[in-house]
Write a protein that binds this ligand. Structure first.
Ligand code: CP
Length: 302
């Protein structure tokens, strides 16, 4: 079991610009926590952490809560839907309110892009990004890299295809930055109207058939709630052209794994039969979210 340490006392706003050494130190520390003999440790006794979700979540919110409790922290859960946000209070005033009550760190999920950096500039506590707009979802990408490293032993040299609604995907962006920093080859695949043109400067867009030739195929959720105009004509048509169908899965190399950050639109970006298929690592990704978030919370506070 590795005894790697992580740098502490810092925001985690995104993975763009993070070094391979720092990324690896977080993955190493997650491996330590995954194999820790005790389920709960008193490392963060006396620390108060607020999970501030201004947008819905299941996996990220609950795995942060499990991670915080396993580290011995006191956990406060804020949900915008039942808060004074409904009376018109701003994100900024909400975060400053919780900070004034003495929390030691904040986990924050936001719908708009660009707000997180402003908040980080105006609070004294470390903030951890739990997904902001279409910008970044750093802990999702970290757990994805952790899943890949467990599968293949290393990230360097891997070929990873990210397929689907790239334009709206913070998961795609965080994975792109981290995978490239750690030496993986990334390719993107998306319908014309779901591409993020600026990302073509970093990774090529390829056809779905080319994308299947990879060590990892990462399917993305079609983010219907972020589509201002209908970007897909029908779910059936999207599945036919860009979905991981059973037929396409048969074309994958024997060693290739299928990933998806979830939640899943079964029968749209991935066929129902593949979600728990032996090639799928979808539920392993969720399990890996806990040790990754333990490492990240420790990095912020310990
Ligand atoms: N992958 C992910 O972020 O899931 P949630 O939206 O449920 O947190």
């Amino acid at each position: 079991m590795t005894q790697a340490t992580v740098q502490t006392g810092k925001h985690l706003l995104g993975l763009k610009g993070m070094s391979e050494t720092e990324l690896a130190s977080i993955l190493d520390r997650a491996a330590y926590w995954e194999h820790a003999p005790e389920k709960v440790t008193p490392l963060l006794t006396g620390k108060f952490i607020a999970n501030m979700f201004f947008e819905n979540s299941t996996r990220t919110r609950f795995s942060f809560e499990v991670a915080e409790k396993r580290l011995g922290a006191q956990v406060l859960n804020f949900a915008a839907a039942v808060s004074s946000v409904q009376k018109g209070e701003s994100i900024y005033d909400t975060v400053k309110t919780l900070e004034s009550m003495g929390i030691d760190a904040g986990i924050i999920r936001l719908k708009p892009n660009g707000v997180l950096q402003h908040l980080a500039n105006h609070v004294r506590i470390p903030l951890i990004n739990a997904g902001d707009g279409s910008n970044e979802h750093p802990t999702q990408a970290l757990l994805d890299l952790y899943t890949m490293r467990k599968q293949f032993g290393a990230i360097r040299g891997l070929s990873v295809s990210i397929i689907g609604d790239i334009e709206h995907s913070r998961v795609a962006r965080s994975n792109l930055w981290a995978l490239q920093a750690m030496g993986a080859k990334v390719r993107l695949c998306a319908p014309e109207n779901m591409r993020a043109p600026e990302l073509a400067d970093y990774a090529p867009y390829v056809s779905i058939d080319e994308a299947l030739d990879a060590d990892v195929v990462m399917m993305l959720r079609v983010q219907l709630e972020r589509h201002e105009h209908g970007l897909i004509s029908t779910p059936e048509e999207y599945r036919e052209h860009y979905g991981m169908t059973v037929e396409r899965a048969l074309k994958l190399a024997p060693h290739t794994i299928i990933m998806h950050p979830a939640p899943i639109n079964r029968g749209v970006e991935i066929d129902d039969e593949l979600v728990e298929h032996e090639k799928s690592r979808i539920f392993a990704q969720m399990a890996n979210g806990v040790p990754i978030r333990m490492a990240v919370v420790e990095r912020a506070l310990a």
